[in-house]
Design a protein around this ligand. Sequence first.
Ligand SMILES: [Zn+2]
Length: 213
Amino acid sequence: MSNIIVLLGPPGAGKGTQADKLAARLDIPKIATGDVLRAALRDGTPRGKEAKAYMDRGDLVPDSVIFGILRDVMGSPATSKGAILDGAVRTVPQAKELGIMLAELGKGVDSVLLLDISDDKLTERLSGRTVCEKCQTPYMGREPETKCEKCGSKLIRRKDDEPEAIRNRLKVYRAQTAPVIDWYGENGMKVHKVDADGPVDEVTRRAVEALEK
Ligand SMILES: [Zn+2]
């Protein structure tokens, strides 16, 4: 039986971490759009080359190319049991595109999981995040300019995690992704809403429980 799960949630809700945890618990791979794009670029696949041509021109890689890359992955034996899709759907057109692509493979979205968390909590989380400027290890609750425990380089706050940028990212999320939740609802798909505020393992437990319902 296939088990294709679309993971939704605002920036900072812990999608990447929860996708990893859920993949391990449910024994299906995590398919993060950013990862498969990087892999296609690295391996120089035909679609990877197509994506690179856009990037070399300084353009965004269009959805049609991204979904072509995702289609290759979703049609491969690696995802025969299903997958947790992280980052595939941020807009309603992408939700539609994903549905069409999976239907062509004789598959479909089985569950939609929303990691739900308030803007205040997100701002607190994101602004508490720093990353090593050299090895990119992420840290929570550590000040910029302190030292990385792994390599001793200095920690920085990414521009994306500055308060003004956070407000902007949340605004984009509310405008683009919130309608996706309504769209799935209108198309007969139950969206499992999970409270994403709490310890990582507790959130995973809630998510598994929601999916089993
Ligand atoms: Zn480091």
